[in-house]
Design a protein around this ligand. Structure first.
Ligand code: OSB
Ligand code: MG
Length: 366
């Protein structure tokens, strides 16, 4: 494949309901999009970085500059026999895995399309659907219970509650009282410290499937201290950017489950390496989400068809977040299962350019 040109866009989508997590509230999604053109085919990817560094360090502004000035000029006009050859372009640069992931994921899409196969096939995934659960933002106990009734009625296979200081044990207690047997997890998005051990020990009594990222975004060591004192598994999200991180976390006993987000870890090569390390340690993984629109959601679903994605992922229906998606194909879960998009090769979804124009805030070509 020869990359002929690259288009960068920033789009802005309103969220149907504000999404509240321990680090802040999202009322809309600003999403960078990359479209690579090659021989009449488009390779497309979404970035998962936020306008400001509140989940991890990357920002949209920083990613746009890095893509525009460094990464895209290094690939436009060049030939790649496969996405594996991108390693030489991407690996010299430190960090910035979300920006690198945009390039890498778009090239995987392009490569699969050039071979006329689904993305999951080149990734090594199998099956035509994946199990999914919901991630419920912070809200009152009453509202949370209503949302749970709704998602259970829709057949979602796991309920993840966002928690934060002061909104944790009582919430989980109330939910467990109503639903003693559901697959339940919590995600603290780094909201606690070692001094909050008693809270984490209290959460240990509710048969949670795991407690996601209780401690700092860059910590492994202290998670191991806490994991040693809990029966409940810790699941790491923010702390895992690489397969080396995953190995160190599993060797240290910092977690027994890992949330893989292809956009967070720099693309499919690293996502697969993390998946493989976890499999070697018998640690299950699941596919996380970043409130992606249809392009990123489609990439995530293809990834989640790999064999060690044994827990339900976060790629729930797009309509839970957006009134209109940027892709033509509806990505809607049925009975807790999301079909692998298959409208054509690659990611199996197509951009709705009419709608895209109406939500595009910025557009440039490299
Ligand atoms: O920690 O998993 C997270 C959304 C934004 C930032 C961080 C996280 C999340 C989610 C949303 O939990 C999952 C989804 O895309 O539905
Ligand atoms: Mg998380």
């Amino acid at each position: 494949i020869r990359i002929e040109s690259a288009e960068l866009r920033i789009i802005s989508l309103p969220l149907i309901t504000p999404f509240v997590i321990s680090t802040g509230t999202m009322i809309g999604k600003t999403i960078p999009l990359l479209i690579l053109k090659s021989g009449g085919l488009d390779g497309i990817a979404e970035g998962v970085m936020d306008p400001f560094p509140d989940y991890l360090e990357e920002t949209i502004a920083g990613a746009m500059a890095f893509l525009r000035e460094v990464l895209l000029p290094e690939i436009v006009g060049k030939r790649f026999r496969s996405p594996y050859e991108l390693q030489a372009v991407l690996s010299p640069w430190r960090g910035n895995r979300m920006a690198k992931a945009m390039v890498e994921m778009a090239v995987w899409d392009l490569w699969a399309k050039s071979l006329n196969v689904p993305l999951q096939t080149v990734l090594g995934g199998v099956g035509d659907h994946v199990d999914v659960g919901v991630s419920l933002g912070i809200a009152s106990i009453e509202t949370t219970l209503e949302r749970i009734d709704e998602s259970l009625a829709q057949g979602y296979k796991r309920t993840k509650l966002k928690i934060r200081q002061g909104h944790d044990v009582k919430l989980v207690e109330a939910v467990r009282k109503q639903h003693p047997d559901i697959k339940l997890t919590v995600d603290a998005n780094t909201g606690y410290g070692l001094s909050d051990l008693s809270i984490m020990q209290a959460l240990d009594d509710f048969a949670l499937d795991y407690i996601e990222q209780p401690l700092a975004f860059d910590d492994i060591h202290d998670h191991a201290k806490v994991q040693a004192l809990l029966r409940t598994s810790i699941c790491l999200d923010e702390s895992i950017r690489t397969a080396v991180d995953a190995r160190q976390a599993l060797v240290a006993g910092a977690a027994r489950v890992i949330n893989i987000k292809v956009g967070r870890v720099g693309g499919f090569m690293e996502a697969r390496a993390i998946h493989d390390v976890c499999a070697a340690f018998d640690a299950p993984v699941w596919c996380g989400g970043m409130l992606e629109a249809g392009i990123g959601r489609a990439h995530n679903i293809h990834l989640a068809t790999l064999k060690n994605f044994t827990k339900p992922g976060d790629t729930s229906s797009a309509s839970r977040y957006f009134l209109h998606d940027i892709v033509n194909e509806p990505l809607e879960a049925i009975d807790g299962q999301m079909a692998v998009p298959a409208n054509g090769a690659g990611i199996g979804v197509t951009l709705n350019y009419d709608y895209l124009e109406t939500v595009t805030q910025h557009r440039e070509t490299v």
